[in-house]
Write a protein that binds this ligand. Structure first.
Ligand code: SIN
Length: 563
């Protein structure tokens, strides 16, 4: 969908009309997304030019903010760096791009040390600021290496410290500007490179800003599934606009389902951190059995994809139509105070009358993290000049087919910094021809807005049913047929934008979700094997001979390629 540009029927073109977020017609760098990857990059870029950080809600509202368990990082010298690499590669089920994982584990300790210097307060022994950092274990890690903050609010602390540091730079040097409640809706490409970005703000003003380089650090797309741990902002916008502009996507079939989201009727799928199992929680079925014994020697600490599928299978019982409850059980844990160790989770459970110490906690898997995304090299360069991506929106191949627990915050830090370095090294100038300006976009009427919501809900339910934990050709084709109908129903709404200059954030999000859904379905259909998070009932085995390769999507066509 495009806003009326440069002159729709009702659009007000006013190149000097700018909104509260900035009065900029050009900046050196635009960073889309204010999670860990975006902020880390913006901090680096600010020493070299003016940076505009664009975020759909207030600063700090991102997937990063909701990460509970922690950030995995090696600290015991080379030996642990090598083990961290081994664990990352092992969890990724034969598809990790090893040079990317090498970068992650080697550069991780320095990036985390820097974050601590900027004020991130990780939990330490005896709550003593000079005490040893506390480390926990999560699934598929060979030993405890996961730092955490405020017990189970690690992402919030990382986000807080990065926002504070970025704001300090903004105050001191006026080099970082923030466009909150603003969405990137389109990349303008000229002569094969990105030269400008269109943004839609909270007042429905669309404006075009010229730029030397753009970094998409806009996170994942959990909202494409009806069951997700992700916040409402995770609608895959960055991935969709990159694909629309012609950048390649990779590994879109690999969506990670977190095994343990709270499963209460009518309650959003609240994340119950893997650190609960790291501290000894059991998984039990409705007969009280510790069923992981039947699935994997590492039991509850098996790789995430294995645990999620085991829960799905136990939850189905012998009859797929039947739904049976699975539980987390921590009632045997006496040596730690669970309320102190997991304060946020305990508080949330208490509002639903549950306690970690005394109750079985009902759980089910939910969409959590996209291993695929915009294809990049190790410096965040996409296949489109001037466009970079980092964090969950990007795919370097670092996670392969299944991400190791708590590697995502580290990925954002390491590859956010690397993308900034690559942008500076490439040193692109402004295009001479990019046209700037702003246009008011009329809001959708009530019925149009309601239709958008209906279509989004339908898409989410369809993806969950057809491209969830267990897929097969029939379900994937059903998903594609549903998607075609949804896209057809969106078309007249999209025409309003070109005809009348109408639009809304939700309409852009609906289009982004549809675009990401299409990429997931096409890649999942093309990969006729099972690997990591992608499980095909009709092809239940891993097939290294044909598929130890990444899927690459270019203009809607999928190919497989070794990196
Ligand atoms: C969790 O706390 O279980 C989430 C951490 C992650 O996604 O790696």
């Amino acid at each position: 969908m495009q806003p009326t540009w440069p002159g729709g029927l009702r659009a007000v073109i006013a190149s000097k009309v700018m909104t509260q977020a900035s009065n900029l017609e050009s900046v050196d760098f635009i960073v889309v997304g204010a999670g860990v990857a975006g902020l880390r990059a913006a901090i680096e870029l600010a020493s070299h030019g003016r940076v505009l950080v664009v975020t759909k809600e207030s600063l700090g509202e991102s997937n990063t903010h909701y990460a509970q368990g922690g950030i995995a990082v090696a600290t015991e010298g080379d030996e642990d760096v090598a083990l961290h690499l081994e664990d990352t590669v092992g969890a990724g089920d034969g598809l990790v791009y090893v040079p990317a994982a090498g970068v992650l584990v080697q550069e991780g300790p320095e990036r985390v040390a820097e974050l601590i210097e900027w004020g991130a307060a990780f939990d330490r022994e005896n709550h003593n600021p000079g005490g040893e950092l506390l480390r926990t274990r999560e699934a598929a890690h060979s030993h405890p290496r996961i730092l955490h903050a405020n017990g189970d609010a690690t992402g919030a602390e990382i986000s807080r410290s990065l926002v504070a540091h970025a704001r300090e730079i903004a105050r001191a040097h006026r080099r970082i500007h923030f466009a909150e409640w603003t969405m990137a809706t389109r990349l303008i490409v000229e002569g094969g490179r990105v030269v400008a970005v269109e943004l839609l703000d909270a007042s429905n003003v669309s404006r075009r800003i010229a730029v030397r380089s753009v970094l998409l650090a806009s996170g994942g797309a959990g909202q494409v599934y009806s069951d997700t741990t992700n916040p409402a902002v995770a609608t895959g916008d960055g991935i969709a606009i990159a694909a629309q502009a012609g950048a390649e996507l990779a590994d879109m079939e690999f969506y990670q389902f977190h095994p343990t989201a709270l499963s209460l009727p009518g309650v959003a799928r609240f994340l119950l951190s893997e650190a609960l199992r790291g501290e000894g929680a059991y998984l039990r079925n409705d007969r009280g059995e510790r069923f992981m014994e039947r699935y994997h020697p590492q039991l509850e600490l098996a790789p995430r994809d294995v645990v999620a599928r085991a829960i799905a299978r136990e939850g189905m019982g012998s009859n797929p139509a039947e739904s049976r409850q699975v539980y987390l059980d921590l009632r045997h844990i006496c040596e730690i105070n669970l309320t102190e160790r997991f304060p946020g989770i305990s508080r949330f459970l208490a509002t639903h009358g549950l306690s970690l110490q005394n109750d079985l906690i009902p759980v089910r898997p939910a969409a959590h993290y996209l291993m695929g995304g915009i294809r990049t090299d190790l410096g965040g360069r996409t296949t489109l000049r001037g466009l970079y991506a980092a964090g969950e929106a990007a795919c370097t191949g670092v996670h392969g087919a299944n991400r190791l627990a708590s590697n995502s915050l580290l990925e954002g830090l390491v590859f956010g910094a690397r993308a900034a370095a690559a942008i500076l090294a490439d040193d692109l100038g402004f295009s001479q021809t990019a046209v700037m300006g702003a246009a008011s976009v009329l809001p959708l009427c009530e019925e149009e807005a309601a239709l958008v919501e209906v279509l989004i809900s339908r898409l989410k339910r369809s993806l969950w049913a057809n491209a969830g934990l267990l897929r097969e050709e029939l379900t994937l084709r059903t998903g594609l047929a549903d998607l075609a109908e949804i896209t057809d129903a969106l078309a007249p709404l999209n025409e309003l934008t070109t005809g009348l200059g109408k639009g809304s954030r939700r309409l852009f999000e609906a289009n982004a979700l549809a675009s990401v859904a299409g990429s997931i379905l096409r890649a999942a259909l093309a990969r006729t094997e099972s690997r990591g998070a992608h499980f095909r009932n009709d092809f239940p085995r891993r097939d290294d001979h044909q598929f130890q390769k990444h899927s690459v999507e270019s203009d809607g066509q999928i190919r497989f390629q070794a990196w």
